[in-house]
Write a protein that binds this ligand. Structure first.
Ligand code: COA
Length: 254
């Protein structure tokens, strides 16, 4: 069974993260498949909405940590970047349907979606600092804009989980809904979007996004620092500790 499922139906592309036994942690293959799926529809002149959601009990546990730990030419980077660029440059609206957990890039990617619906029990976390890493894909630019510097600093410098209500209060979410209602809420939003005229839909998104040069500039800056961080003793210690299910050695995490 593929770790990414896609379905194109009624002018709506649905992408399902489907690596349930690993909490939908994202591998290189998964990123590439998602990038390909978005690239395929973004200019087809027919598809009007993309939905991204997770199978099982959560949205995603973020990047697969064994890929982070693999120092061979940062092998996972091209696929991750291909997906995030496809998402950021997607001309049609993107809806994220979030439940359970949205870790790391699972929260970062929400900043590049147009609608984010989350269940009341969702926990979000940006744990980069606890892995010896730094923010990625323009989150250090977009989060302060969305939530304010003080909240962004808390989320990114303490790296502790926060709930759906807090995420909503600080502008990360469109709406918080009960687990029973999330599927219907998202389908209903997608249906409304599909009923809009294509020209207005695309142009409205385009106008809302505006000039993306600051986003791209910050992303490139983060990128270089992220790659440097991956090679530090602290990061390698954090990855090894997670993969071996042992506590981090504070002597190596400085
Ligand atoms: N990368 C690789 N494997 C991961 C993973 C990740 N990001 N997240 C979870 N997994 C794996 C676990 O190793 C475990 O594998 P196993 O069954 O072979 O031992 C399986 O998924 C289930 O995870 P588990 O930790 O047992 O579930 P949990 O409910 O106790 O905890 C999380 C879930 C997400 C809180 C915890 O797995 C976690 O902290 N994961 C790392 C998240 C992270 O730091 N991501 C990177 C962000 S930059």
């Amino acid at each position: 069974m593929s770790h990414i499922l896609t379905e194109l139906n009624e002018q709506c592309l649905t992408i399902v993260l489907n690596r349930v036994d690993k909490k939908n942690a994202l591998t290189r293959d998964m990123y590439q498949q998602m990038a390909d799926a978005i690239e395929h529809v973004k200019n087809d002149g027919n598809t009007k909405v993309v939905i991204i959601k997770g199978a099982g009990d959560c949205f995603t546990a973020g990047n697969d940590i064994s890929d982070f730990a693999n120092q061979q030419e940062n092998a996972h980077v091209p696929e991750t970047a291909a997906f995030m660029r496809a998402l950021m440059e997607c001309k049609i609206p993107v809806i994220a349907q979030v439940h359970g957990l949205a870790v790391g890039i699972g929260t970062t990617l929400l900043l590049h979606c147009d609608f984010v619906y989350a269940t009341t029990d969702t926990r979000f976390v940006l744990p980069f600092i606890n892995l010896g890493l730094v923010p990625e894909y323009a989150s250090s630019y977009l989060l302060p804009k969305v939530a304010g510097h003080v909240k962004a600093a808390e989320w990114l410098m303490l790296g502790e989980p926060f709930g759906a209500q807090e995420a909503y209060q600080f502008g990360l979410l469109t709406k918080v809904v009960s687990p029973q209602d999330i599927e219907q809420t998202v389908l209903s939003a997608a249906k409304k979007l599909v009923e809009k005229p294509m020209f207005s839909l695309l142009q409205t998104k385009n106008l809302l996004k505006g000039d993306q040069s600051s986003v791209t500039q910050q992303m490139n800056e983060e990128f270089d620092i992220f790659l440097e961080a991956l090679g530090t003793t602290a990061a390698q210690e954090a990855f090894d500790a997670f993969l071996k299910k042992r506590p981090i050695n504070p002597e190596k995490f400085k």
